[in-house]
Write a protein that binds this ligand. Sequence first.
Ligand code: DGL
Length: 270
Amino acid sequence: MKKEFLTSQTTVFIFDSGLGGITIYNYIKNIFLNINFIYLLDNKYFPYGNKSKNFILQRLIKILQKISLHHDITLVIIACNTASITSLPELKKYFSFPIIGVTPVIDLAITKTKNKIIGFLATNTTLQNYKIQNKIHLLKGKYIIKIISSPKLVFLAEQKLLGDKIILNEIKKIFFSWYKLKIFPDTIILGCTHFPLIKNELKIIFPKNIKFLDAKKYIIYKFKQLIKYNKNLSNTKKNIVYFTKIDKNINKIKNIFLKINFHMFKKFRT
Ligand code: DGL
């Protein structure tokens, strides 16, 4: 059912295991200007890349139950491919507000590739998921899908955002097997929201003119379908960041969010 929120403030809750969801937030914040955003990074359990379906689903249910007690949530964006592919649509059954999520854009990649060789970067849990496995299986014979799952790539992306120097050779090593290919993929699916953070580094180490694809445009499309966005609402901007653990990076994390218009920081207890 289409929900309309014309008079009250729209509050969008964005979830990721870490900082990768910022790639989705940065994209939508420029399109929807007067929305309150709440971002939760589950840094206590980061990374999600090898976590089980059951763990992720139970964790998300717990987080959404608690967050919706304290905030009037208009829409939830699971800005984490690993969490979306494992938990949607089950998660939706527990809540009355709409929940959307990013998942790897395999269908889009098929329409974009010319040489029929597609690179697919995602976490282990995403790649092992039966929906992804089935899709890859159906494409056998028609396309070559070169898969890479690397927790290190997720860490490197997070480190880059935290201000650490990224050594290109470290990234290159992850793609060692691709350099032996006769033909390189012309289209690469960034199937983890952390990976757009290191797109520039990937562009340097890969051949020119590769198309990098992710699901951010899909999020805008779904958003517009579900929310009647009222651009005339006054902007009361109360963006909040919740983190689930206070660690050595917490001040750096706060600074990252301060720069993108989040001014309230809270520890989320689960
Ligand atoms: N950013 C997440 C994704 O899109 C997960 C990274 C991780 O926690 O391993 O899959």
